[in-house]
Structure formats: structure tokens, C-alpha cells
Design a protein around this ligand. Sequence first.
Ligand SMILES: Nc1ncnc2c1ncn2[C@@H]1O[C@H](COP(=O)(O)OP(=O)(O)OP(=O)(O)O)[C@@H](O)[C@H]1O
Ligand SMILES: [Mg+2]
Length: 319
Amino acid sequence: MRINVDLLKEFEAGLNPAHPEKSKIPARVLGYGEISTVFEIEGEPNLACKRMPIFRCREELDHYEAIYHEYNRILNDKIGISVPPYGFASFATDKGYIVCFDIQEKLPAQSFGDKLIHTLGDDDIMVLVRLILRQLKKVWDFNRASTSLQIGIDGQISNWAIKNFDPASPHVGAETELYYVDTSTPFIRKEEKEQLDPELFLRSAPSFLLWLIRWLFLEDVMTRYYDFHLVVVDLIANFYKEQRPELIPRLVQVANDFLANEAGTLEVTPITVREVRSYYREDALIWTIFLAMRRLDRWLHERILSKPYIYTLPGKIKR
Ligand SMILES: Nc1ncnc2c1ncn2[C@@H]1O[C@H](COP(=O)(O)OP(=O)(O)OP(=O)(O)O)[C@@H](O)[C@H]1O
Ligand SMILES: [Mg+2]
């Protein structure tokens, strides 16, 4: 993929993190992540640029770049989960920090799962979730067959997009193919050792609260993505956040049918509606606290410390 690094450097130099649309080179936020913000930058209308200003030194960034590429390759070539065409760029800024951009071909907003569950009919949504489960199963088939390498994945509905989506006839069928986009958190374990430094998740949180966040949820966040049962619970619990909770009982049935039949050999414990509900409550609490802490940190930087705050935070999240 061809990347205009000079444009990215200019973008970064003139970025207004709190109001990206008011930057020297304006940008639109396509999505917010735990560790990245996804921008469409003026001048590159066909790219989604996931900005991460979180690295403390070159070694840290180089290691991240290596596992980012490896994760994309393993998913796409070995496991058979398609990722969009991608690239990577990184550089030191003249403000004294280093930044990287995970770059992907930009896919149409309407082709993403979190949009589709508001535009497709309910039956099609069930088909879509089945297709996602089929993709996810490949990860655990791979993990089972592999001895030294384990892959984790975040199955959330907003991480999947329909390939070659035609908004004029928004239909899902057995022939529909999906892209997985969320490769900025490369969950790879080699010889049981996690390759992704969990501390990266904490970089945009205030340092005086790190002990609390570590204790609250870091362990949990780093292990759930390797557990098929939890990844499916997480996917279904997402329907609360995405404002379609009424679909959950039916989704639980679809998932359990899938787990018992197509994925029978993996012997995954069935899911209950109750478990999905309590999982969602806890998860929403974790991320709400986390975001509140980041906002507090931004406030401290701007009002008390008079230091620039380099992260872009989401506005109010409807849950
Ligand atoms: N290639 C892309 N084209 C268009 N929009 C995208 C693309 N990649 C991501 N987005 C938008 O940004 C959202 C978040 O992207 P992604 O899932 O990669 O990051 P994230 O969930 O924020 O992850 P992380 O926590 O790993 O940073 C997506 O749900 C989608 O709306
Ligand atoms: Mg995501």
C-alpha cells in the first residue's frame, strides 16, 4: 500500500487532538478505540488512519510494528480471516513524542456490523452473526492445531464489515464475505507469553491511577480475547451498547446452536442470557471508569499542568 508519510507528518504537526476537524490538515473521526483513534485525513479519502501516540521509545514501537504485521499476516494467510489492504507508518514528532499510524483501505461506514444491525432485517442480522461466528471459529481451530502460537481476537460487531458492500441492496447470505478490521491490538501469544504489552492500553490514562486500572481490569482484558466462550459473550453483549438489546435472546440461541453443532468439536460452554447481561454491566462499568479517568487526565493537563494533551477522546457514549 502506498502511504504519503509527509502528509501524515504534516497532519500530526498541525493536529488539534480535541477537535481534529479544526486541525491544519482537517480530519474526520471514523471511530474511537481503546488505544487508537481512527481518522480519515483530508487528502487521503481512501484511507483509514489509526493514530497511536502511545509509544515511549523506538524499541517499543518497533516491537509493536513487528507484531502488528505478524497479526495481520496470521489472520489473513494462516487462519483465513480477511483483513483490508493495510500499511504502517511511524515517525518522531518535533514535539518530542513518537507516533504511529496503522493504515487500512477505508471501507464504507454502512458496511460495518454496528451500522448493519440497524439497517438489516432481524433474520439477516442472525445470518450476519452466524457468519461472524464462523470466522471466529477459525481462530480456535488454528489455536488448537498450533502448539507454540495462540491468537486472540476481539469479535465485537463493530470490528466486522461486509466486503464489496452494496448499500442499494443490503442483503446478507451464505455467500457474503467479511473483513475483520481491528488489527491494532495484535493479540499473539508465543510459548504462552503475551507479545502485546498490556501497558500500552494504559498510556492514555493518568499515571497516578495506573495501579487502580491494572488491578481493576488489565488481566481480564488481556485474557478474554483468547477464550471463545467469552469472545462470543462479548459479541452478543455488544447488542446492549449498540441499542438492539431485544435481539439478545435470539442471538444466544443462534450462538448456542452454532457452538453445539458447527463448533461442536471445540466443546465451548453454552451461553446464557443472564451471563450476557451481567457481563455487559461489568464491562460498561470498566470502560466508563476508564474513560472518566482519561477525561480527568485531560483536564489536569490543560487546566492545572498547562501541558498539551495529545489524545483524542470520544464524546458521550450512549450505552
Ligand atoms: N478500514 C476502515 N474503514 C472505515 N472505517 C474504519 C476502518 N477501520 C476502522 N474503522 C472505524 O473505526 C472503528 C474502530 O476501529 P477499530 O475496531 O479498528 O478500532 P478500535 O475498536 O477502536 O480498536 P482498538 O481498541 O484496538 O484501538 C470501526 O468500528 C469503524 O467504524
Ligand atoms: Mg473495534
